[in-house]
Write a protein that binds this ligand. Structure first.
Ligand code: SF4
Ligand code: FES
Length: 397
């Protein structure tokens, strides 16, 4: 029976998101399908992280409207659904930016996320690369309707390298998944409930393992920041450069982004993709170890690969240019293989200059003495050099 059902299912499911239809493999989530289309169609995701198993379903920023469940059952879904946690069906019709309901709901989600979040972007190290800041610009309101005191927490030292600002945490759980899935032992978690829920090591134990720094990379806000970089520079003043080194720590990909100011390496992070997630190499996420991240802060520790591509819309990309098209070197190359009809050589062909003057050899600006011209009064003709020297001498005397 199961075999029969399997045979009936198409190899790929057709899903339409904001009027764009694509085919995806069964089991793909709506969010992943939307990422395959890309651009504005892709819902924002504050808790889902494709490289972390079990992530998603916490923040509700990725809500979408399902206008038709599938070809077999085209009824709309009664409520908005979390696109990171809902699988596509064949013939499903999804609305994201084309749905007013979604925009309204997302505005509400952002308002809730910002209820207790301090508006301290001007002093927060995450400013310029904070997903909540971006979301706030897209969906936030100018003011807050919240009239109560904001939630505050006691300061907790969670280790030598990572600074925890619990007031900024949106409880996305990504850092706990990192600790569970790529470090030897998880030493922190979310304790308490509701308004009191907080990231904590509970028994004030320092988080100390080779890959703990990746918690900083996955944190979508400024709740976990790099102590070795804090307050040293704004990200948009630094220049991101891709670099690699032969790292011997098992599990470290050795590929990183160096954030430079001049020759000084201000911080080292994993390389990120267009969704703000670490890039994958050979199908594996490119996590980096703490040695690469915190101890290798000289350019001589790394082999530089080139400027990091930064989205044109990011504040980090401001005033930084990357050469995308290197000009073709030959005229024939520029002319798609054709020879030019006429090669203009101003010296030989135009004959505007005096035959004994080679304009390309002059180590000074050309002047009227270098060019052929009518000599009005029978004065002897001078080359530009003679004329220029005469001019200099004349001025001197
Ligand atoms: S500290 Fe950052 S990564 Fe961890 S739960 Fe809070 S927001 Fe998410
Ligand atoms: S990204 Fe889907 S619920 Fe957070």
């Amino acid at each position: 029976m199961a075999e029969e059902i399997k045979k009936e299912l198409p190899a790929n499911f057709k899903v339409t998101i904001d009027n764009i239809t694509i085919e995806v493999a069964p089991g793909t989530s709506i969010l992943t399908a939307a990422r395959q289309i890309g651009g504005d169609v892709t819902p924002p995701a504050m808790c889902y992280y494709s490289k972390l198993e079990g992530s998603g379903g916490k923040c509700r920023t990725c809500l979408v409207e399902v206008a038709a469940g599938s070809t077999a059952d085209p009824r709309p879904m009664p409520k908005l659904v979390a696109s990171c946690r809902t699988g596509v069906m064949d013939g499903m019709i999804v609305k994201n930016i084309t749905s007013d309901k979604v925009t309204d709901a997302r505005n509400g989600v952002v308002e809730f996320l910002l209820l207790n979040h301090p508006l301290d972007c001007p002093i927060c190290d995450q400013a310029g690369e904070c997903h909540l800041q971006d979301l706030g610009y897209d969906h936030g309101k100018e003011g807050t309707r919240y009239e109560f005191a904001r939630r505050t927490f006691k300061k907790e030292d969670i280790g030598a390298y990572i600074q925890l600002h619990m007031t900024r945490c949106i409880l996305c759980y990504r850092c706990t998944y990192i600790a569970d899935q790529i470090t030897e032992k998880r030493l922190h978690g979310i304790v308490d409930r509701g308004d009191h829920a907080a990231i904590s090591t509970y028994i004030s134990k320092a988080i100390d393992n080779d890959f703990s720094g990746n918690m900083i990379d996955v944190c979508p806000v400024g709740a976990l920041t790099d102590k070795t970089f804090r307050f040293k520079n704004r990200v948009w003043f630094t220049k991101p450069v891709d670099a690699h080194r032969n790292c011997e720590t098992p599990g470290c990909c050795g590929k990183a982004t160096l954030w430079l100011r001049g020759d000084e390496v201000f911080r080292v992070t994993a390389r990120k993709d267009q969704w703000g997630e670490v890039q994958s190499y050979d199908g594996k996420p490119g996590w980096i170890c703490n040695t690469c991240r915190f101890d290798k802060k000289k350019t001589s520790d790394w082999q530089l690969d080139g400027l990091t591509s930064i989205s044109r819309h990011s504040v980090i990309g401001a005033n930084k240019y990357k050469v995308l098209d290197v000009p073709k070197e030959t005229i024939r190359g520029v002319m798609s293989g054709r020879d030019p009809k006429l090669l203009m050589d101003i010296h030989n062909i135009s004959e505007v200059n005096k035959p004994e003057v080679d304009l390309s050899e002059l180590n000074r600006p050309a002047n009227s003495g270098d060019f052929k011209h009518a000599i009005p009064t029978g004065e002897p003709d001078k080359t530009g050099d003679e004329e220029q020297n005469a001019g200099f001498l004349g001025r001197k005397n």
